[in-house]
Design a protein around this ligand. Structure first.
Ligand code: AMP
Length: 362
């Protein structure tokens, strides 16, 4: 089922697959617009369930749990891209599922994703599928000894990656060391900066985008997002146009995150797409009237989209692991919005919260 005419009535339940911080912030936005939420997540008392009206504690592909979620919900969405496609397809036969399961299929596999992007005229890093040491040796020699080897599936925050720089050695065993799964070697992009665009498409096909954020990663995890990004107006506009082309090609409904490498000549390569609200869009909570979370709820509920305009310039920083001990000191600063995710244990590498500093637009 893909179309439910008219806006979702107030009081309807929105189903959310995944119970992390993104689900939590979606539940908050849904509540503000008068909706109820039900979360499907195997971990009890997860960040999203602390704020949702209901949690179904079960695996994401549990047929009985999916049927229960479909029965409760007027529309179902998800907060992470590794929702099993079969589960999303099964749900879509019973209830509207946004974004469409096709977006999951494309974003779950780097090879499928790059072919899709190139197929609609969007540039990416050069890439070669790698299914053996011999494939790797030949791909590395094509790329002059440098490249980033990645698992096609299930990599995130820099996990499942190996960097080769001017490599002339023996790759024997490298394929098995990555788990013996399908891999992709990407050419090593010497980008000037990394930017991302958060964009949305409504059920009526309307489009909106936020200004690009400039992202800095540490140890493969997003550290900060600064808006405006230090790119030319033409590059910013190109990023938005690329995001809109992706949304239209997927007949998408909801918010999408598109990550780019910005090159010195002003051109862009898409690194990856995330069919969901995105960490590099958290700044919109503090610097825009309509946040990415509300924008997603508006889109899937058939409400008018916000226009994406920002009232402030902003810098968002993640609080990872023990960084969360900074919370009290941060609260003493003016023009700072702190957001904690309700996670009990601050393990290394775990996203515990974020904060956004705003200042008047330059
Ligand atoms: P990913 O998991 O694909 O988002 O990669 C994590 C980070 O690794 C990116 O944000 C970049 O900083 C870096 N990276 C990934 N792929 C490449 C590439 N082909 N060339 C240069 N840097 C890359």
């Amino acid at each position: 089922m893909t179309s439910t005419p008219g806006p979702l009535p107030t009081g309807s339940t929105i189903g959310i697959i995944g119970g992390g911080q993104l689900g939590r912030m979606l539940a908050m936005a849904a509540a503000r617009l008068g909706y109820r939420t039900a979360v499907l997540e195997p971990q009890a008392d997860c960040p999203a369930a602390q704020l949702a009206n209901r949690q179904i504690v079960a695996a994401y592909d549990d047929p009985a749990a999916l049927a229960e979620l479909a029965g409760l919900s007027a529309v179902v969405t998800y907060e992470f891209e590794n929702v099993p496609v079969a589960a999303a397809d099964r749900l879509a036969r019973q209830v509207a599922v946004f974004p469409p399961p096709k977006a999951l299929e494309v974003s779950q596999d780097r090879l499928v994703e790059k072919r899709f992007l190139n197929g609609i005229g969007i540039s990416t890093a050069d890439f070669v599928p790698v299914d053996s040491d011999a494939d790797l040796a030949s791909a590395l020699s094509d790329f002059g000894g440098s490249g980033v080897l990645k698992t096609c599936r299930l990599g995130y925050d820099g996990k499942g990656q190996r960097l080769f720089r001017d490599f002339a050695g023996d790759v024997d065993g490298a394929y098995a060391a990555m788990g013996g799964v399908p891999l992709i070697l990407e050419s090593l992009v010497s980008f000037e900066r990394e930017i991302s665009v958060i964009a949305a498409r409504g059920r009526d096909g309307s489009l909106a985008a936020y200004d690009p954020a400039e992202n800095v990663h540490r140890d493969g995890i997003l550290h900060s997002s600064t808006v405006p990004a230090a790119v030319s107006p033409a590059t910013a506009e190109l990023a938005g146009r690329n995001a809109f082309a992706i949304l239209e090609a997927l007949d998408y409904v909801g918010v999408i995150g598109v990550e780019f490498f910005a090159l010195a000549d002003g051109s862009l390569l898409v690194n990856e797409i995330a069919p969901r609200v995105h960490n590099s869009g958290h700044w919109t909570e503090a610097a825009c009237a309509v946040s990415q979370f509300e924008q997603h709820i508006r889109a899937i509920a058939g409400l008018p989209l916000g226009d994406g305009a920002r009232h402030s310039d902003s810098v968002m920083e993640n609080l990872i692991g023990d960084d969360v001990t900074r919370a009290l000191a941060l609260l003493a600063e003016p023009d700072l919005l702190l957001h904690l995710y309700g996670k009990a244990e601050a393990r290394p590498g775990r996203k515990m919260g974020h904060f956004t500093r705003i200042r008047p637009r330059a």
